[in-house]
Design a protein around this ligand. Structure first.
Ligand SMILES: Cc1cc2nc3c(=O)[nH]c(=O)nc-3n(C[C@H](O)[C@H](O)[C@H](O)COP(=O)(O)O)c2cc1C
Ligand code: SF4
Ligand code: FES
Length: 562
């Protein structure tokens, strides 16, 4: 494969696409898939056949189109008309009136200027929901693998690292560590063998950004990994994905095979001296396995438990060798940066947080789904302009970012920009992109208790502060929920939060108290209402439970294995 071959594949495929009279794209991801996307596709195919136009119409299953809350989604081209809440029964009208007679169904289509889409800036999601994720040719026809070609043919590894550094790309897995700096450390490692690992473990409850990208545009991730491999001098990559994502696993396996067939992975890529292979490893779905040292242990076939850092994987990683570990979204940003340049990327976002961020917007907003916004967009813009505000005329109470390691942000901070530093200042974190909007029907004690229970059950048990501390914190929160806590319990809760944060071995334990700390900081009166007045205003907590009255034991050691 040469660059000319690549351009030719792209041109041929574009010609083929242009020869169709119309194209029907059906979202086959997540909620749309479970709401019957396959049946809808069959219905459209059979109506086209009945009408005798089947060969003229391209019908394709795509990845997530973003507006999951209004799924199943379908788009008709030319014209880029999006229909929401599609059923198999809509096939006849859409084919006859729109595709054949050229009259889109006005009452069913999404307005062209629907803010959910117009207020976004798609970079990593640019082709998602538009291309066929099972066709490498479709990816190539949209400029795919050109960045890799450019990199290995014309650019030195040092130049690429400089470009990623100048772009200001920071890790999208949560920590925000500068990607170029990480790559540079691995590049400088003296070992002959180095590795590139894509962290697709995605354990945050409710988060589905990485799954959607793996399902919707797997080649973008492979291309980013291959560029990383070239930049750091690695010949082997691994995608570590949770086994609960079967479609993502299938799509990634298929993408690897197709890329190997086209010699875009394997030996002497683009006739250069660079060789790079990618293998897939499946995790069993433990949250802690997303922590980079635990993840590397898991790839090595060991128990997925973290190690203290330093040394970092960039110095001592997989089988002791320097290893790049980056998140799915981080890799998906690489090809656009190489393609369009660091200056272009710097122009998006803020000075310290460049580029965009993908979020899984969920909870009590009108429009839920997958969104991508420039860093620096305010939370208010995300929730009210893009998400359409609170559902059922409710009023905003808080937004949770960062999942079990993050926190709840109240109304008074809605105008803070979404970037790493501002979210941390507001007592939360950027995290990997989970964003849950809450109204008055959510109780902040209950939310804090939910995340603590999650951390407790996901704790690997290697270190005592996390193994025992999360159990005790859960118990204290449960006492507050049930209205039987005392002032002393609250003091103990706060002290324990600090202790668990300061002494746990890995990020899971270190960040587990964050949802509690932020809830106590911003919503303390709500905690007080529970333990002083025995009232849960949201009506969520069992504050009047009779069994509660019998439990006045406070902190206990039972159940936690010291
Ligand atoms: C408990 C825990 C779970 C994590 N889960 C993930 C995950 O699912 N995906 C991810 O990319 N990073 C996860 N991380 C962060 C990784 O350790 C690591 O920082 C990240 O993969 C680096 O990639 P980035 O620099 O591109 O963000 C987790 C960290 C902790 C402490
Ligand atoms: S902090 Fe928790 S998850 Fe991390 S090593 Fe300790 S016990 Fe395991
Ligand atoms: S899953 Fe269909 S729009 Fe997201």
């Amino acid at each position: 494969m040469t660059i000319e071959d690549l351009y030719q594949i792209g041109a041929l495929y574009r010609e083929q696409l242009a020869s169709f009279r119309a194209e029907i794209q059906i979202c086959g991801s997540g909620t749309c898939r479970s709401a019957g996307a396959a049946e809808i596709q069959r219905a459209f195919e059979s109506v086209c056949e009945e009408e005798g136009i089947r060969p003229e119409i391209r019908i394709v299953t795509t990845g997530c189109m973003g507006l999951c809350g209004q799924g199943p989604l379908l788009r008709v081209l030319p014209g880029d008309v999006t229909y929401t809440r599609i059923t198999a029964g809509d096939a006849e009208r859409i084919i006859r009136e729109h595709v054949i007679n050229g009259k889109p169904l006005k009452e069913r289509m999404l307005p062209e200027d629907y803010p959910f889409f117009t207020r976004q800036t798609p970079v990593v999601l640019e082709h998602m929901g538009r291309i066929d994720p099972e066709s490498i040719e479709d990816y190539i026809a949209h400029g795919g693998y050109e960045a890799l070609a450019k990199a290995v043919t014309y650019q030195s590894p040092e130049h690429i690292i400089l470009e990623i550094r100048n772009a200001g790309l920071r890790g999208r897995g949560g920590g925000g560590y500068p990607t170029g700096l990480k790559w540079d450390i691995v590049r400088r490692g003296t070992s002959q063998q180095k590795y590139v690992v894509c962290n697709a473990d995605e354990g945050d409850p409710g988060a589905f950004m990485d799954r959607a990208m793996l399902e919707g545009n797997p080649h973008a991730i492979l291309e980013g990994m291959a560029v990383a491999g070239y930049a750091v001098g690695a010949t082997q990559g691994f995608v570590y994905v949770r086994g609960e994502y079967p479609l993502a696993v299938d799509r990634m396996k298929r993408a690897i095979t197709e890329a190997e067939r086209k010699q875009l992975l394997g030996n002497r890529i683009f006739d250069s001296g660079f060789s790079f292979r990618v293998d897939l490893r499946m995790g069993a779905g433990a949250f802690v396995s997303g922590e980079e040292t635990a993840l590397l242990h898991s790839i090595e076939g060991k128990r997925g438990q973290p190690n203290p850092r330093p040394p970092y994987p960039s110095q001592v990683g997989l089988w002791g060798k320097p290893t790049v570990v980056n998140n799915v979204e981080t890799f998906a940003n690489v090809a656009p940066i190489i393609h369009r340049g660091a200056r272009w990327f710097q122009g998006i976002g803020t000075k310290r947080s460049t580029g965009t961020k993908v979020f899984a917007l969920a909870g009590r907003v009108r429009d839920t789904g997958l969104i991508e916004v420039p860093m620096g967009t305010t939370l208010r813009e995300v929730i009210f302009d893009i998400g359409g505000g609170i559902t059922d005329g409710g009023s905003f109470k808080a937004v949770q970012t960062g999942g079990p390691s993050g926190g709840c942000i109240p109304e008074k901070h809605l105008d803070i920009p979404v970037d790493y530093e501002s979210l941390a200042q507001a007592g939360s974190i950027m995290g990997s992109g989970g964003m849950i909007v809450m109204d008055d029907s959510s109780c902040m004690v209950d939310v804090a208790a939910y995340f603590m229970e999650f951390c407790q059950s996901e704790s690997c048990g290697k270190c005592i502060p996390c193994r025992v501390g999360t159990v005790q914190l859960s118990r204290l929160l449960d006492r507050i929920r049930r209205g039987v806590a005392s002032e002393q319990d609250i003091e103990t809760l706060e002290e324990l939060c600090v202790m668990v944060k300061d002494t746990s071995l890995c990020g899971l334990g270190q960040a587990a108290p964050n949802p509690v700390i932020s809830a106590l900081h911003f919503f303390r009166p709500e905690f007080e209402r529970h333990y002083r007045d025995h009232v849960c205003e949201a009506g969520v907590c069992p504050v009047h439970s009779t069994e509660a009255a019998g439990d006045a034991a406070g902190i206990e050691s039972g159940g936690a294995h010291v």
